[in-house]
Design a protein around this ligand. Structure first.
Ligand SMILES: CC(C)(COP(=O)(O)OP(=O)(O)OC[C@H]1O[C@@H](n2cnc3c(N)ncnc32)[C@H](O)[C@@H]1OP(=O)(O)O)[C@@H](O)C(=O)NCCC(=O)NCCS
Length: 205
């Protein structure tokens, strides 16, 4: 049986390991560790999937914003990353993590979620292309891979602007938000690289 629950301090190392093994590199594990130390981290929305007492999957939703140019920034969440241990993939664990996370985010009053990921994976959760809804990305990404979801009906109505990410997404650089300066930063590779047409074997997000 798989249980989805919020992370506890005892899960931190296991979460890093799940991300390392799922992605085959350090970037996403480091991203989670960095975000955890920022105000954008929401403990209730860092979820683990536990099976037989072992953490086999993880998803993180953290705070981002939509800069409209006129009024105040509009709060939103980034879904990133989501990871399931290779030997547990393809069994619905990623979907359970995402669905539970979206439900909890809605219950907590969040209204908008943005994801950069595989266009074949995220639409099943209700995500649709974000540019068509008036959002801009601060980094190069194809239209289908840049997606948004209104957690409550109408949350994206009339919301036009640039999605801005905290510097945690910027590889630790203490500069502007990810990609706003128009070039790739080390920490944004997982997102900026993915344009839905590149050779990316797995759904990313
Ligand atoms: C993306 C990921 C989180 C999905 O979790 P999961 O538990 O494997 O996914 P689910 O079982 O919920 O959904 C399966 C779907 O995901 C894809 N998928 C996931 N694992 C797969 C696998 N091993 N082989 C083939 N397809 C796979 C398929 O598109 C499948 O689609 P289908 O339902 O139409 O067949 C997981 O595969 C993973 O950790 N991948 C590596 C890391 C990554 O790319 N993360 C996302 C970017 S942040």
């Amino acid at each position: 049986m798989t249980t989805i629950r919020a992370e506890t301090p005892a899960d931190i190392e296991a979460i890093s390991e799940v991300n390392r093994l799922a992605f085959g590199r350090e970037n996403e594990a480091r991203l989670v560790e960095t975000i955890r130390d920022t105000p954008g981290f929401i403990p209730a929305l860092s979820l683990v999937a536990e099976r037989d007492g072992r953490v086999v999957g993880h998803v993180l939703f953290s705070r981002i914003a939509i800069r409209t140019g006129g009024g105040p920034d509009i709060p939103a969440l980034a879904l990133a990353p989501v990871a399931v241990l290779p030997e547990h993939q393809g069994q619905g664990i990623g979907a359970a993590l995402i669905r539970t996370g979206l439900d909890r985010a809605r219950d907590l009053g969040h209204r908008i979620v943005v994801v950069v990921g595989h266009p074949n994976y995220y639409p099943r959760f209700g995500f649709t292309p974000a540019r068509a809804q008036g959002l801009e990305a601060p980094f190069p990404v194809s239209d289908p891979a840049f997606m948004a979801l209104a957690l409550v009906p109408g949350a994206l109505d009339g919301v036009h602007g640039l999605v801005v990410y905290p510097e945690a997404f910027d590889g630790g650089d203490t500069g502007a938000a990810m990609g706003v300066r128009g070039r790739r930063r080390p920490g944004m590779m997982a997102f900026g690289e993915l344009d839905g047409t590149a050779t990316v074997p797995r759904a990313r997000g």
